[in-house]
Design a protein around this ligand. Structure first.
Ligand SMILES: [Zn+2]
Ligand SMILES: [Zn+2]
Length: 350
């Protein structure tokens, strides 16, 4: 089969590799129909990752069709359409047993230790089939739409850490695909005012259209902290979420938050980012709650598929680019270019 193989730092080679085989009777093989490019794929491409050992096929926002099933994976069937998400609980540690598989110390993931979706086919091993997020795609969703359940699951995980209450004001810093999903879903959680902070004006329009933001503030042209304070009668926002990879936004989040506000560091920073000093007295006097979030658990991925199916998140509108496997370099460039939003690779198209 054809696959885009990460051979090393910034070296992605499209070549033939052996077809995956059923490793054991508890495993499954998928024909990949859609694999969306994630910001973390781009980070792996440029900087590598301790959990990715080249040569490896990466890509973890996957939707495909079951083409082979071991006799012990009887809950899945050949021909079934399934979406999968990145984090695979090991199933045996305390975190995984408590339903917090994204906290697993082993931290298995599709497209990291396990082969990913930038290939015509991919194996799902026994651990993934048993404990991972492998969910049937609702009939009204395309493979493209279903592939976005993975990032949406991470968004749900972030919002669950924020405890948004009815009538609150939420600020999201960064209007990329995840940022826009955070804005949109914050509204479903009861936020009545949603504000976006975005560096480049290229994404102002999507923050309003996809995210449904009431207002978008540029962090390049003016001080976003002042802008948020002005928009909230000087009080600040109840919830501030950072959905970008800028260090400054972490410090700004503390300043934008209202007394008793909650902050979620949703977006990871590039490896080797400098440690920052936070004005910790802000946390003390404002009684702030700081949270982080990363990845998702299978429950959130299943919920994400339901939300897309119900039209709460219109996944199709996030997809701006489509590429074949042979065009993987262009796909990564487009995803990095920020001109568009989600980029989907179609391994079955030529
Ligand atoms: Zn992802
Ligand atoms: Zn575990």
């Amino acid at each position: 089969m054809k696959a885009a193989v990460l051979e090393g730092i910034e070296r992605m080679v499209v070549r033939k590799i052996p077809n995956p085989i059923l490793e054991d009777e508890a495993s499954v093989i998928l024909k990949v129909h859609a694999c969306a490019v994630c910001g973390s794929d781009i980070r792996i491409y440029h900087y590598g990752n301790p959990r990715v050992h080249p040569p490896q096929v990466i890509g973890h926002e996957v939707a495909g069709e079951v083409v082979a099933v071991g006799s012990q994976a009887s809950h899945l069937h050949v021909g079934e359409r399934v979406a999968i998400s990145a984090d695979v609980p090991c199933g045996v540690c305390n975190w995984c047993r408590d339903g917090l598989g994204n906290m697993c110390a082993t931290n298995y993931a599709i497209g990291y230790q396990f082969p990913g979706g930038f290939a015509e086919m991919m194996p799902l091993n026994a651990t993934t089939v048993r404990f991972g997020a492998v969910h049937r795609i609702p009939d009204n969703l395309s493979y493209d739409e279903a592939s976005l359940a993975e990032p949406l699951a991470c968004v749900i995980n972030g919002l669950e850490r924020c405890n948004i209450a009815l009538g609150e004001t939420v600020v999201v810093i960064g209007a990329g695909p995840a940022g826009c999903m955070l804005m949109r879903l914050a509204r479903s959680y009861g936020a009545t005012k949603v504000l976006a902070v975005q560096r480049s004006s290229a994404r102002f329009e999507v923050a309003r259209r996809l995210g449904g933001a009431d207002d978008v503030f540029s962090s390049q042209e003016a001080d976003p902290v002042n802008a948020v304070l002005q928009a909230t009668n000087g009080e600040g926002a109840d919830v501030v979420i950072t959905a970008n990879s800028s260090v400054e936004s972490h410090a700004q989040a503390l300043q934008m938050a209202r007394n008793r506000g909650r902050i979620n560091f949703f977006g990871g920073l590039p490896k080797g980012s400098p440690a920052i000093s936070l004005e910790s007295n802000l946390i003390h006097y404002k009684e702030l709650t700081m949270t982080g979030s990363h990845g998702s658990v299978p429950r959130q991925h299943r919920l994400a598929l339901e939300l897309i199916s119900a039209g709460v998140i219109r996944a199709g509108e996030y997809i701006t680019h489509h590429f074949t496997l042979d065009q993987i370099d262009q796909a990564f460039q487009a995803a990095e270019g920020r001109a568009g939003m989600k980029v989907v690779v179609h391994p079955q198209s030529h």
